[in-house]
Design a protein around this ligand. Structure first.
Ligand SMILES: [Zn+2]
Length: 160
């Protein structure tokens, strides 16, 4: 396992579309492990492969307080959303910043797991927010373009 370098806002790789994974390889398994380590190390709840410079459709998420509910999503697609939530959002590629973004309150995603088997993941509240945020990374989108009002410094506004 190894920490990967996080690409920061302004880095052109963050604005590129990622490619679907066609087969699981040892290299990709290593990437997934490293992404979890990098995410936990930075106290993040989600990370997309493009954030570590790899243009593949790979996402890792863990919104649990004990950091023991890892979710791996390969080639994820949003298939259903419901409701609405207001709240703050932050991103490991935009350190020290936080902003308000309206999101659906429930998000359902279909994807493949690390064995390339089809799975569905449904989340509400923080998990819904993480699912949408990370899947947008795969499309080359950053949350900062969806922020209502201004982007705050984390010292001005605490994450909720
Ligand atoms: Zn992000």
């Amino acid at each position: 396992m190894a920490l990967r370098n996080i690409r920061l806002i302004g880095d052109e790789i963050l604005y590129k579309k990622t490619k679907p994974v066609v087969e699981m390889t040892d290299k990709l398994k290593q990437l997934i492990e490293d992404m979890f380590e990098t995410m936990y190390h930075g106290d993040g709840v989600g990370l997309a492969a493009s954030q570590v410079g790899i243009l593949k459709q790979v996402v890792v998420i863990d919104v649990s307080e004990e950091a023991n509910q890892p979710i791996i999503l390969i080639n994820p697609e949003i298939i259903h959303t419901e409701g609405e939530q207001d709240g703050t959002e932050a991103c490991m590629s935009v350190p020290g910043k936080i902003g308000y973004v309206k999101r659906p309150n429930l998000v359902r995603v279909k994807a493949l797991d690390e064995n390339m088997e089809p799975i569905e993941v449904e989340g509400e509240e923080l998990l819904a927010r993480a699912l949408i945020h990370e899947i947008e990374h795969l499309a080359g989108e950053l949350y900062v373009d969806k922020v209502e009002g201004k982007l705050y410094d984390t010292t001005e506004l605490k994450d909720e």
